[in-house]
Design a protein around this ligand. Sequence first.
Ligand code: ATP
Ligand code: MG
Length: 209
Amino acid sequence: MTSAPARRPRLGVMGGTFDPLHHGHLVAASEVAWRFDLDEVVFVPTGQPWQKADSAVSPAEDRYLMTVVATAADPRFTVSRVDVDRPGPTFTTDTLRDLAAQRPGADLFFITGADALEAIVSWKDVDLLWRLAHFVAVSRPGHTLDVRALPAGAVSVVEIPALAISSSDVRRRVREGRPVRYLVPTGVLQYIVKSGLYRDGDGPARSAR
Ligand code: ATP
Ligand code: MG
């Protein structure tokens, strides 16, 4: 009797600055995991994000911990330190190569929002990216997806429930004392309060709510 060939593990990769992680990230990962029958989605917080080099980004360790807190309850979600621990700016080719080396035989699915996909063409070694992973571009309010210029079959487009949440807006809200509850997971809100992240040193001392 011959047994069926083992199915190759299907690994989603959700890269991001996660400063902080919010419900838009979780819904994107969850929806793509379902649509593509993924066994796991690994969240990969960036090290020093080169495309954001001009703006201040919170310490990698804070962003890593918030990502762990936010994903801890979901058995499909894990967090990787490959980008946080690699010195220098983060390039997605390095992320995918490191994860592929850690998971030989797995098929990789890189999950990206519509805005991030627009930036992909400016990434280093863009042709190599398509060989390292299948790309899944999710819809994001305020951004349109145009995959016509990209190689056929390299990118799948997935419509997800629209959440007009961004980390920039969450940071701004904390700075201004406006609510972020329900935009971010409760544990992330608690981490923001405890760490004092996003509070403007010169502004009024307000805590996140
Ligand atoms: P910032 O405002 O600081 O850029 P962000 O909300 O865009 O933060 P990132 O960490 O930059 O979050 O995004 C990580 C990935 O998640 C990107 O591919 C981004 O397009 C995607 N993403 C973020 N928010 C959403 C959302 N609300 N809906 C769909 N995709 C999202
Ligand atoms: Mg962004």
